[in-house]
Design a protein around this ligand. Structure first.
Ligand SMILES: [Zn+2]
Length: 130
């Protein structure tokens, strides 16, 4: 494991999120996409990784409903999303009831900025072809 300085890859990624932009990385050597950002390509070991803007499209790989008291915001889902570019990430689907999320549903990413900090979340896009 290597540590990342505040001025490194993770910081740049978060700074983009805070501006409402969702970035992933692509390796210039093997062309695989990478998320969460890192300094070295996990596929081939190259350090020639660069930020790219993904399509934002993906599909649900797995979903769990997390129970929470209404006073604390109510139930929400924790979903694993496979981006069309390949990487899998953990996020939340915001526009339907937590227990209505289905595996293989098409979802689209957006960035929610709260108190200056951006987080990637997803919405279900019914009727979109896959
Ligand atoms: Zn690579």
């Amino acid at each position: 494991m290597t540590t990342t300085t505040p001025t490194g890859t993770l910081h740049r990624h978060q700074a983009a999120l805070d501006q409402g932009q969702f970035w992933i990385q692509q390796c210039k050597s093997c062309h695989e996409h990478i998320y969460f950002p890192r300094e070295i390509c996990p596929h081939c070991g190259s350090d020639a990784v660069e930020f790219v803007t993904p399509s934002g499209w993906g599909k649900v790989y797995a979903v769990t409903t997390v129970r929470r008291k209404p006073a604390d915001g109510g139930d929400y889902n924790v979903s694993l999303i496979d981006l069309d570019e390949g990487p899998r990430l953990m996020s939340t689907i915001t526009n339907i009831a937590p227990d209505a999320v289905r595996i293989d549903q098409r979802v689209k990413a957006h960035v929610e900025v709260t108190d200056g900090r951006g987080v990637v979340k997803f919405t279900v896009s019914e009727g979109a072809s896959s």
